[in-house]
Design a protein around this ligand. Sequence first.
Ligand code: IPE
Ligand code: IPE
Ligand code: MG
Length: 267
Amino acid sequence: MWKNWRQLVQGAQKTKKTEEQKGTEILSPSAHVPAHVAIIMDGNGRWAKERSLPRIMGHRQGMQTVKRIVRKADAMGIKILTLYAFSTENWKRPKDEVDYLMSLPQEYLATELDELIQRNVQIRMVGKEERIPSSTLEAIVTAREKTKENTGLILNFALNYGGRNEIIDAVQQIATLIQDKQLTIDEITEENFSHFLYTANLPDPDLLIRTSGELRISNFMLWQLAYTELWFTDCYWPDFTEDDLEEAVRAYQGRSRRFGAITGGRS
Ligand code: IPE
Ligand code: IPE
Ligand code: MG
């Protein structure tokens, strides 16, 4: 059954995902450290404003935080770190800011890729590739290719990502398969549906962190966050430290995840 679905998904997406997906097993959450941590990295603009700096300086400083937090996540034994870097709604920002944000993956990878390879990190991306400048996409695709066999931390960038967009994409693929009589309606189950999402071979996030004091999801992983533990901090992303990540994980460890049942184990 799983094999059939995988073939259908790949056929429907008509992408070259096969290589990337090969050999990747679905990871299960560990008892203590959350296997999959996702972060909405917010507050760069306000960080800059408080210092009378242009907004892009906040993004620049935010990239330094990414460097530190990736190292820390790896050291803590987190298996997957998903970083929300650019939403489908962020195109509404001034062109200068968008251009700068789109240059950051390249800049980050130029300085960090060697170390990431050394650390056995596997780089991935979720989001729509269209509209992303070709130089940015090339840097990511190259990094993805170079690290696809790595078995350590999965560093997953959500770039030009929108949760609603992702769901609509999945629905369109499924509808096409039904139209072509390759699928029946009763085969659309929760499990099968999830294979059509950008996160097809990743477990759902165990812990979501959002910085900057905003208490919202902002179109991030709408399907996948169904039972994710949420942790918010007022701290702006450029100020987020390794200790803050530890604090979030400690809070997670104190939660009881019941998934709708009466009793639940500790995370
Ligand atoms: C997060 O910081 C970075 C992105 C959304 C790309 P913001 O740029 O949203 O910072 P604030 O929320 O305006 O402070
Ligand atoms: C969410 O932050 C998107 C990213 C961090 C990439 P925003 O700053 O875009 O979200 P809103 O507009 O405050 O909801
Ligand atoms: Mg913001």
